[in-house]
Design a protein. Structure first.
Length: 284
């Protein structure tokens, strides 16, 4: 079998001009046909797992989701990359060295001139997370930072599976804690009118399905349960009680609930039960 037959990505014909430094490059895109992606289970965090293919090996679609300038490392999701506000250009250029140092502190071998691998995929999402600081509220940057944080964590978990003992699992937890903060902050800003969610069309969080705003509410609650602060038991109890009420209201759970199909509803039911278990409460 030739190397061409085993390809999992290609360089797009479309040329991208970096809005920060002005260089021209081609974006790497994932090839998805011919049995490359074999869908597996979905986790409680709504992360789609994929089975390795005999022909193509392991493929991580999230690796290709962020567009990154290979020279200055400005990054954003594909639809936002070319929309960097003009008044942010100088700031992005000024921060270039900081972006390089920040990423290489945890991933020394990153190189965006080469085909993407798992390490470059993690770096691309981490960069997107940081670069959404340059976007105004009309782009809904906070929820996009939440999604980028969670995706970074997932890829770090996969990297840990390949290279255990390198502390990638610890880094994954750190990024899930970041995701917890950003999800909660995005919902709070939307509800207070400070930052609308109209700037995002696909809430993901993965690439296979859009779980919409309800999915964001669910993830905010799940991450609060799994990674929220535990130093103050009373504050934690109040936070989980609020999550429980939100989940029950959105998904119709509680005493009068009836079983409903779908992974999101099933996971919401499990989240509701897990919170009840920690709070020592019951709907009986």
């Amino acid at each position: 079998m030739s190397a061409e037959d085993r390809k999992i990505s290609f360089q797009s014909k479309e040329e991208f001009v970096c809005p920060a430094c002005g260089i021209t490059f081609h974006r790497e895109e994932l090839l998805s046909g011919s049995g490359r992606l074999i869908a597996g289970a979905i986790t409680d965090e709504l992360h789609r797992l994929y089975e390795p293919s005999v022909k193509f090996g392991e493929i991580y679609p999230l690796t290709y989701q962020a567009t990154v300038c290979p020279e200055c490392w400005f990054a954003a999701m594909d639809k936002d990359f070319l929309s960097l506000p003009y008044d942010m250009k100088a700031r992005v250029q000024k921060d270039r060295a900081n972006r390089f140092a920040m990423v290489r502190k945890i991933l020394p071998s990153v190189n965006f001139h080469e085909p993407r691998d798992l390490i470059n995929g993690i770096a691309s999402l981490y960069l997107a997370l940081c670069c959404y600081d340059y976007f105004p509220k009309e782009f809904s940057p906070t929820i996009k930072q939440a999604i980028a944080s969670l995706r970074t964590a997932w890829l770090l978990e996969h990297l840990h599976e390949k290279y255990p003992g390198q502390h990638f699992d610890w880094l994954a937890v750190l990024f899930k804690k970041k995701a917890r903060f950003f999800y909660a902050e995005a919902i709070l800003r939307e509800q207070s009118g400070k930052e609308p969610l109209s700037g995002i069309k696909n809430f993901g969080p993965d690439t296979d399905k859009n779980y919409s705003y309800e999915g964001a509410l669910y993830l905010s609650g799940l991450l609060q349960l799994k990674y929220g602060p535990r130093e103050d038991p009373e504050h934690r109890r109040e936070s989980l009680d609020e999550v429980k009420r939100t989940i029950a209201k959105i998904f119709g759970l509680g005493k009068s609930s009836k079983s409903k199909p779908g992974p999101l509803l099933e996971n919401a039911r499990n989240l509701y039960d897990s919170i009840n278990l920690e709070l020592n409460e019951t709907d009986e």
